[in-house]
Design a protein around this ligand. Sequence first.
Ligand SMILES: *Cc1c(COP(=O)(O)O)cnc(C)c1O
Ligand code: SF4
Length: 344
Amino acid sequence: MPQANILRPVPLEADWREQLRNVITDGPSLLAELGLDAAALGFSEQACRDFSLRVPRAFVRRMRPGDPNDPLLRQVLAIGDELTSPAGYGPDPTGETGGAIARAGIIHKYRGRLLLVVTGGCAINCRYCFRRHFPYGDNQNSRREWRQALDYVANDPSITEVILSGGDPLVADDDYLAELCGHIAAIPHVRRLRVHSRLPIVLPDRVTPELLSALSPAGLQTVMVVHCNHANELDTDVARAFAHIRERGITLLNQSVLLAGVNDSVAALVALSEALFAHGALPYYLHLLDKVRGAAHFDLPEQRARELHAAITAELPGYLVPKLVREIAGEPAKTPISPARGPH
Ligand SMILES: *Cc1c(COP(=O)(O)O)cnc(C)c1O
Ligand code: SF4
């Protein structure tokens, strides 16, 4: 794609807030726009009542009209399969509502780094999300509650990295983020700020100069981990957002979830890694699905995941192979999944 296009400046009157207000929440009209039949695709209003349908138009524009198997549509469409609840799929597969919540709004599971739950909101509702049942109401950090969370970080010198998470932390506005990041930067033992967000993918106009300033306080190195599962999610708008992020010296990584019917083929995973690098991001993690209730239809056998990972390892340079990991409650880090054994 042409460089001139990628480097076109973000318009000053960036309308991300309006786009956020105008996300699509109505399944039948989304499907009608794509020329698809709601009944044939298994669309379910009941599944929407459990976890609402929510998708920005900027993301819908990258879906292929008339394709019932579109990998982007599959990630956001509420279907009847979600209403089945096979054994082993629970409301809190990663154990976040257990002992890991040290204070309201903090998840401190791993040594040296912790998650700050900045907001419960997301621009998009991904049907496989492990936080679809997370009690965000109890973890909304108001400015007043920051004090507590920041004191917790300040009082633990082992914490060198603070991760802004959610929901999606970039749903919060720039002033809020600038103030929060300024407070984090003022804690002497914190060296890195990490931001986990899907917004640069699903609503790339969110990446404004003001946002990037807020996320780059003096004295901290910033890492942004975006979340993209399929090469079709990456277009020229995303490329432009990525370029702006990188121009600020922010390290740009991607995490994906391995999802049946979305990216569970060697071709899809190779194309994803290649497209990420072409757009300026490095693959970081490929997560096995967290066994959250309502998402069982996205799961695939662990052996199949190992085989896919072995196959992409054989196809790609090492730096384009994401680490295949699973989140196991109580473990000190994400658990790497060892490669497939035996004949291929
Ligand atoms: C995934 C996660 C992290 C970050 O882990 P890394 O392996 O450093 O990317 C930190 N805290 C929690 C609670 C997490 O779930
Ligand atoms: S953007 Fe992230 S937190 Fe929000 S629904 Fe999707 S996967 Fe879950």
